[in-house]
Design a protein around this ligand. Structure first.
Ligand SMILES: NC(=O)c1ccc[n+]([C@@H]2O[C@H](COP(=O)([O-])OP(=O)(O)OC[C@H]3O[C@@H](n4cnc5c(N)ncnc54)[C@H](OP(=O)(O)O)[C@@H]3O)[C@@H](O)[C@H]2O)c1
Length: 287
């Protein structure tokens, strides 16, 4: 039995993670991503964009809802420990990207959770953000081509944060377009759909340099296609879901050349959903 095997049980009982790469040992879940010093990744000439997903072992990040057919995060993979990590990733962000569809799901009460942060946010995350001198809430960037966005939700978030709707020139000039609201900044970032490079440029002009995407596969594809994603955080629950109606982390035209990553960190968590193990992975873009 190796040293790691010998100590694994005791680490698990304390809810700690087993660090597997690049170092071995044990690490508390709390603080794992807060210690990444993401703000240090921002430079004068570069917006730093990162994203995260939770996936089943067979690659499902969303499955069709039983009655509505809308894509939703599988109940069998979502878990509080992964959610804690999502909040830690949001803690240093200037802006959070989500999709028009997610905003509609929020409006229909079908979304997994509201975007960070709200009254349930753990105090240490709030303090972490305060100590960085950041405003209490990151800006919310809603990517949408349809512009069929629930105004109630937009105004709700506008109460305590900057809200930006990112769309295309074509959508903005469409005859059927209704003005959204003077309180919401609407930006054009692409000709017929939002283009990742234009989006990043516009966000930089708004002083938003550390950008965290919590959106799904189409937005992920938009970021990958433009080659602007720098880091991917991935939690893989060691559980196979199968099924035929599902989403993986990126959808769109085939990426040519492919988008390559290198493993930066790897942890084993023995306390995933229903006690299932999950792998916690950090990947950096490989250029
Ligand atoms: N497991 C996970 O970690 C994870 C992570 C993220 C999301 N999800 C789940 O996956 C499902 C889908 O999420 P999502 O809606 O965020 O997915 P998405 O596929 O990234 O977003 C789809 C919507 O985003 C807008 N959009 C995307 N790319 C665009 C572009 N280039 N230009 C203009 N608009 C663009 C469109 O909004 P309009 O229709 O308004 O035009 C489109 O309908 C949800 O159930 C979500 O909970 C899971």
């Amino acid at each position: 039995m190796s040293d790691l095997d010998a100590t694994d049980e005791s680490a698990a009982s304390h809810g700690r993670l087993l660090a597997l790469y690049p170092k071995t040992g044990h690490h508390p879940l709390q603080g794992l991503y807060l210690s990444n010093e993401l703000r240090g990744c921002v430079s004068a000439d570069r917006v730093y964009v990162y994203s995260n997903f939770i996936s089943s072992l067979d690659g499902r990040i969303a499955v069709a809802h039983g009655t509505t057919g809308e894509p939703v995060i599988p109940q069998d993979t979502a878990n509080p420990r992964d959610w804690r990590l999502l909040l830690e990733l949001a803690a240093p962000a200037d802006a959070i990207i989500l999709s028009g569809r997610y905003l509609r799901q929020l409006d229909h009460g079908q979304a997994q959770a509201p975007p960070p942060f709200d009254k349930n946010t753990p105090p240490d995350i709030v303090t972490f953000r305060e100590q960085l001198g950041l405003p209490p809430q990151p800006a919310l960037v809603v990517v949408s081509n349809s512009l069929e966005l629930p105004l109630k939700q937009l105004l709700h978030y506008r109460d305590d944060r900057t809200v930006i709707v990112a769309t295309s020139e074509a959508s903005l000039s469409g005859e059927a377009r209704q003005p959204i609201s003077d309180d919401i900044t609407v930006i054009s970032a692409g000709k017929t759909r939002v283009d990742g490079s234009s989006l990043v440029e516009v966000l930089q002009r708004h002083g938003l340099n550390l950008v965290y995407s919590i959106a799904g596969p189409a937005v992920m594809h938009t970021l990958l296609e433009a080659r602007v994603l720098q880091r991917l955080y991935l939690t893989t629950v060691l559980r196979v879901l199968s099924g035929t109606d599902y989403a993986t982390m990126a959808s769109g035209t085939q990426l040519d050349p492919p988008y390559d990553f290198k493993l930066a960190e790897l942890f084993l968590d023995n306390h995933g959903p229903d006690g299932i193990q999950q792998l916690i992975q950090v990947y950096d873009r490989r250029t």
